[in-house]
Design a protein around this ligand. Sequence first.
Ligand SMILES: [Zn+2]
Length: 186
Amino acid sequence: MTDVSSDPPRHQKVRCQKCGAVWAAFTLPAPMAELAASMIKMRCPTCGAGPSSLSLFGGSGGGASSPDAQSWPGLTLWLASGERGVSSETIVQTLTGIPALGGDPDRGSPPLDPADLRRCRLLLEAVPSLAPLLPMMATSSKDWALLVAHWAEICALMDEEVPDWRDPRCRGMARKTYERMKALRA
Ligand SMILES: [Zn+2]
């Protein structure tokens, strides 16, 4: 996991897609599980829209008004040559507004197995500024909320079962990780 402890605190802006209101919703870095729990209860302070209507505003600079891969160091390279899958593309589209999934929010999916989880983790390592925002995925669905609340736990399981998971030639089986991911969805 990326060490974010040296980053200066940053107010993360959130935009309501219903009324357009923009406000600073939370400060980063923040504990992953706590942030995930507060995300799913988040409401627009102006119109009261629920979490599925809210999106992050701008890139890591926090000020851009339109999605731009340049605001996220490492993202241009990942989009061009990273190991892409639906779940990792869902993270990019949700957190940055860049239409990695073709812009269709209904195509999105959480990681369903260790292979998906691996691609999500590779993305978060390739684009470290996305990692502290992962809890925001909790607003996408109940399954995402459960996964991000237990992210550290399932990543630790995967590290233990398949220490060389980053290697594209790795053929290790992460059975316990898979069972835990399935149990979190049930
Ligand atoms: Zn609103």
